[in-house]
Design a protein. Structure first.
Length: 241
């Protein structure tokens, strides 16, 4: 016959005490391991993040899919510069007007060190941006694109979406002493329309909004300030020297 030993109250309390101590030891060991992993893991994660950013920063950026600068482009600044800033812009775009002040200041300070290229990108939702582009091109044909560019952006709120823009732009042409007969001919020419259409087609795979900037063939985020724009340009100038 088996000896059925029944645990006394004292023995049961001792077993519970041993189980409790065993559980406490197990939990303590788990917490120690967890803390150790955290202390080890945090630096490792930081190192991995830093390594990732370093690798990203040093990964060569793919050149944008836009046409190279050609004789057909509207250019300001130093034609021999290795630092080339291309802007796709819309004369009726308010953001473009704001960035124009930065571009003006940049050219005032560094036009001997950079080449600035302006390309037309009139957005379809802007009713008078295409005629404005033609006015810019017609002024360019007489060597006064910069002057017309300044007038169009400075007076954007006055001519945007007006029905008599042809008359308004002719007055602008007169104010900067253009040959009005030639201006009107160039303004309405197939050449002007083809130039604008060519710029649009050349940038359509890369551009969703204006202005869009490309520095030495690489698309850049629109600078938040003139100082940021100048820093980006200066870095490229230093690299090319």
């Amino acid at each position: 016959m088996e000896n059925d030993h029944k645990l006394t109250k004292r023995e049961r309390e001792e077993i519970k005490k041993i189980e409790r101590k065993t559980l406490e030891a197990t939990l303590k060991r788990r917490n120690t391991i967890k803390k150790l992993l955290m202390w080890i893991g945090t630096p490792v994660i930081v190192i991995l993040v830093i390594f990732g950013f370093f690798k990203l920063a040093n990964t060569p950026q793919k050149p944008a899919n836009i046409p190279p600068v050609s004789a057909n482009d509207i250019k300001l600044g130093n034609n021999n510069s290795k630092t080339i800033l291309i802007e796709y812009s819309d004369f009726e775009c308010p953001a473009c007007a704001q960035y124009h002040t930065m571009i003006k200041q940049l050219l005032d300070e560094m036009d001997d060190k950079i080449l600035y290229v302006y390309r037309f990108f009139p957005l379809p939702q802007h009713q008078t941006s295409n005629p404005a582009a033609r006015a810019g091109y017609a002024a360019y044909k007489q060597g006064k694109f910069k002057e017309m560019q300044d007038l169009l952006f400075a007076n954007q709120a006055k001519w945007a979406e007006q029905k008599n823009v042809d008359e308004i732009f002719t007055k602008y042409a007169e104010s900067i002493n253009l040959d009005l007969t030639k201006f009107k001919a160039d303004y309405n020419s197939d050449e002007a329309k083809q130039k604008i259409e060519g710029d649009l087609k050349g940038g359509e795979s890369e551009i969703v909004a204006t202005p869009t900037f490309f520095l030495n063939g690489i698309r850049i985020e629109n600078p938040g300030s003139y100082e940021e724009l100048k820093r980006l340009i200066s870095e490229q100038i230093d690299k090319s020297n």
